[in-house]
Each structure stands twice: as C-alpha cells, then as structure tokens.
Design a binder for this molecule. Structure first.
Ligand SMILES: Cc1ncc(COP(=O)(O)O)c(C=O)c1O
Length: 369
C-alpha cells in the first residue's frame, strides 16, 4: 500500500476510538431488534430533528431514498425528470429505476444545477425536478421553488452530499417535497455499510415511503401495495446514532479546512476557486478547485503522496448508458469544463494544519517548477 501523506479516505481516523460504540453494539446484538428496530426509530427521530423536517424514514441507501420518493409521488415510465448533467450516477440510476426519462440540465461553477436553464426543459411530461446539492453546495432554491410552484412540479432534493448544508437559513433536504440523504461510508455522516434517509414534511408522502421501504406491508399480514425491501439496517442505525451528534462539528471543521485551502490556493494564478454562493452554507463533502494543467498536477500530487481525485473525469451524460440518447461532447459545456479542469483535494474533518499546508505547498511547488 502506498504511504500516503494525505489520504482521501478518513475512515481509519473516523472509527479509531470506538469503545463506546462497541459497547453499544454489544448491548444491541442480544436484543435481536434487527429489523426496523428501536435504534432505527431513534435515528430517524434525531435525523428529522437535525434537518428540521417532520418526518424521516431510514432506507437502505441514498439511491433508494431517491427511488422511493420518485415512486411515492407517482413518477413512472413515460414521465420526464429533470436533473443535473454533472451528478453522480446514483441520481440518474434512481430516475431510471422508476422508468422515467432523464432530462439533463447543465450545472454552473458552483457545481449545482443552473436553475436559469431549467424552464426551457420543462414539458407536459415533466413530473419532478431533482436538484443535486453537489459537493455539499446547495442549489439556488428560491428560484427553483418559484419554478416548481409556477409549473406545479415537485422538487426532490438530492442532498446526499450536503448534510447540514443551507440555502439562506433553510437546511438542504428540507425545501422540496422530500429530500434524500446517504450515509455511505464516504459521506459526511457515515455508517459501516450502505444506508440512506428520506426526509419530508408531507404526511402522505411519509406514509407512502414507509410502505414502499417494507414490501408495501401495512402490517404483518396485509399488503397495501407492492414495494421493496429497502429498510435501513438497524445495526447501522446504532452506528448512525453514534456519529450523528458529531454532525455539526464535522460540518464546521470541513468548512474551516475549505476556507483555509481557498484562501491559500486562490493566491496562485493557475488555480481558480469555484463560485462559493454567498447565500449558501457549503459543507464541503468534496473540496474542488479548477486547475491549469490539471492532469499533470494530479499526477504530481499523487506522486507526492496526496490522494487527490477527480469528481468526475467523464460527465455522466457522456457515459456509455447514455450513448443511445445521442449526446455529443459540448452539449453541457460547464459539465465538460468541470470534468477537464477540476481537481478534488482531501478536506475532511480529521486533517491537521500540517497536512493542509502540505497540500498547499505541493500545489505551489508544482506550478513553480
Ligand atoms: C449526489 C449523490 N446522489 C446519490 C447518491 C447515492 O447514495 P448511496 O451511495 O447511499 O446510494 C450519492 C452517493 O453516493 C451521491 O453522491
């Protein structure tokens, strides 16, 4: 294994001091309360409190959170769903799973969907808009909510990367008809496997997703509708209940790290800091900048022991499954620009100042030479 100076994954540190958690798990296992158990109810309650929604429903992934929300509002084959051209595959995978057509809209340099381009993509078949709070930045929700009201099209927030992100004073995930979160091990709030959460203030939607996640079972013997097995694992809820109290400090440490990197890296003419919208509290699930000679910089950083990455080198719309849609490179110019020029540096809550300085000095030394 390479001897990294700054690793991308912070999981070894995140779960280093887990005595308390193991004690909890030791007490939990003999209860046998593994399926939709008490710990999950506690996690749901605490998560909805954190986000400020009336309801929260634990499901088995962020992808399923999106899928179940789409299903619950009746999106189906023949419908269209608008989303961002630069998102992670899971967003479009969920739309595809319910049979709807994916309608891409380009992003802007905050990495969020360019809200000004949405209206011309709306047709009679548009049944939902799925903004993605990509990188942990939050989309321009005021404008989006106006569009949603004008056309009566619900917003489903893909908040998988933006736990505790805010637009004005509203927390991401709480502004649309429902929000989807992921607790995948590499997310800001993480468990030891896949898990996700749906949040909403809508009682009907809440009731529907409760059914959908558990085979449509109204009770042990009555099936209300055909659903899925998409329950969040109660064992993971125990882990979630241990991580969740740290949510605010995780977000603030990431913000602090990102601000420091922004301040120092912006001194280099070869680096451009992406737009950091003033009305947004960006929680930096990903820390990305635009860099000249990006590919060479990436190789240099890797050689120097910094596990930098690209999110993502090929925009989703140019990936193989979309070939049949006939998209050509250039169709979504900002997504293309990002793929070519972005570089992601570690920014997690466990990095120390020495490591942040090492990222900065390495980037500086690359351009100096
Ligand atoms: C933007 C976005 N949407 C959806 C997901 C899906 O989450 P999960 O991996 O929990 O299915 C992810 C995470 O991987 C994501 O980054």
């Amino acid at each position: 294994m390479k001897n990294w100076k700054v690793r991308y994954s912070y999981l070894p540190q995140q779960f280093k001091k887990t005595d308390q958690l193991w004690n909890k798990l030791k007490r939990f296992v003999p209860t046998g309360d593994f399926t939709l158990g008490k710990e999950l109810s506690i996690f749901e309650k605490n998560f909805s409190k954190l986000i400020g929604t009336r309801y929260a429903v634990g499901v088995n992934s962020g992808t399923d959170a999106l899928k179940l929300i789409l299903k619950s509002i009746g999106v189906k084959s023949g419908d269209e769903v608008i989303t961002a051209a630069n998102t992670f595959v899971a967003t479009v995978g969920a739309i595809n799973e319910v049979g709807a057509k994916i309608v891409f809209v380009d992003c802007d340099d905050s990495f969020c969907i360019n809200v000004d381009l949405i209206e011309k993509k709306i047709t009679r078949k548009t049944k939902a808009i799925v903004p993605v709070h990509f990188t942990g930045c939050v989309c321009e929700m005021d404008k989006l909510i106006k569009i949603s009201k004008k056309y009566k099209i619900p917003i489903i927030e893909d908040a998988c990367q933006s736990i505790l992100g805010k637009y004005k004073n509203k927390i991401s995930g709480s502004m649309g008809v429902a929000g989807a979160f992921s607790f995948h091990p590499l997310k800001n709030i993480n468990v030891w496997s896949d898990a996700g959460m749906i949040v909403t203030n809508n009682k009907d939607l809440f009731k529907k997703v409760l059914l959908l996640r558990n085979h449509g079972l109204k009770n042990r013997d009555e099936i209300e509708l055909l659903g899925y097995n998409s329950r969040m694992d109660t064992f993971q809820a125990v882990v979630g209940n241990w991580v969740l109290p740290k949510a605010k400090s995780i977000a603030s440490q990431r913000i602090k790290n990102a601000k420091f990197l922004d301040k120092e890296l912006s001194k280099l003419s070869e680096i451009r800091i992406p737009d950091r919208p003033k009305l947004v509290k960006h929680v930096f699930h990903l820390y990305i900048v635009f860099a000249k000679k990006r590919d060479q910089l990436l190789k240099y950083c890797l050689r120097k022991g910094i596990e930098a990455k690209i999110h993502y080198p090929t925009p989703i719309y140019l990936q193989k499954p979309f070939k049949k849609m006939g998209y050509k490179k250039g169709r979504f110019p900002r997504a293309d620009f990002h793929a070519k020029n972005m570089i992601s540096f570690p920014c997690d809550q466990h990095l120390n100042r020495k490591q942040l300085n090492y990222i900065i000095s390495t980037v500086k030394s690359y351009y100096k030479n």
